[in-house]
Design a protein around this ligand. Structure first.
Ligand SMILES: C[S@@+](CC[C@H](N)C(=O)[O-])C[C@H]1O[C@@H](n2cnc3c(N)ncnc32)[C@H](O)[C@@H]1O
Length: 153
C-alpha cells in the first residue's frame, strides 16, 4: 500500500554513486537475482493472480525487466511488455512481446498510457529507482505487484 502522503524527500533517494545507470547496464548480465525457491514461489504467485494465459486482450508489463520475468512457463498474453536498461537482456526474454529500454532514473515516467495494463510487475528492483513515485506509484491506476526480496546476487 502506498501511504496517502508520500513520506520521502528527494534527498532520501540520493546514492553514493550518482554516475549514470547507463554505464553499469551497458553490459548484459544473464544471471538470476533470487534463488530457485524464491523464483518458484514467485512464479506460482503470478500464476494465481495473473489473468488467464492466452488472452489476446490481456496486457502485462514488467518494469525493471531483464532476460527473465519469472512468469509462469508458457504464459502468453496479447501484450507482454518489458522495460529495462539493457537491450540484449530484454531481447532474450522469451515472454515479452515488446520491450523498451529506458532509464527511469533520468525520466521516471513510464512510456505507456495510464491504465493500459492488467498487471504491472517489478521484481527485486524497486530499490534501484530514485523516482519511485513518478515511475510506479504516482497517478497510475494499473494493478501492480512489487516484489521486494533480498537478492542472491
Ligand atoms: C536486480 S535486476 C532484476 C531484473 C529482473 N526484474 C529479475 O527479476 O531478474 C535490476 C533490473 O533493474 C533494471 N534497472 C535498474 N536501474 C534502472 C533504471 N534506472 N531504469 C530502468 N530500469 C532499471 C535493470 O535493467 C535490471 O534489469
Amino acid at each position: 500500500m502506498v501511504p496517502a502522503a508520500w513520506p520521502f524527500r528527494p534527498e532520501n533517494f540520493l546514492r553514493y554513486d550518482e554516475s549514470p545507470d547507463t554505464l553499469f547496464y551497458d553490459q548484459p548480465r544473464f544471471v538470476t537475482h533470487i534463488d530457485d525457491k524464491a523464483i518458484a514461489a514467485l512464479t506460482k504467485f503470478y500464476g494465481e493472480v495473473f489473468p488467464a494465459s492466452g488472452g489476446q486482450a490481456t496486457a502485462v508489463l514488467d518494469i525493471c525487466s531483464s532476460w527473465v520475468s519469472h512468469y509462469p512457463p508458457g504464459y502468453t498474453a496479447g501484450r507482454v511488455a518489458g522495460l529495462g536498461m539493457n537491450e540484449a537482456e530484454l531481447a532474450r526474454n522469451p515472454q515479452l512481446t515488446e520491450f523498451s529500454v529506458k532509464d527511469l532514473n533520468v525520466d521516471g515516467k513510464l512510456p505507456y498510457a495510464d491504465n493500459s495494463f492488467d498487471v504491472i510487475t517489478n521484481c527485486v528492483s524497486v530499490d534501484y529507482l530514485n523516482k519511485p513515485l513518478e515511475a510506479m506509484f504516482g497517478g497510475r491506476s494499473d494493478p501492480m505487484y512489487v516484489v521486494y526480496a533480498s537478492k542472491a546476487a
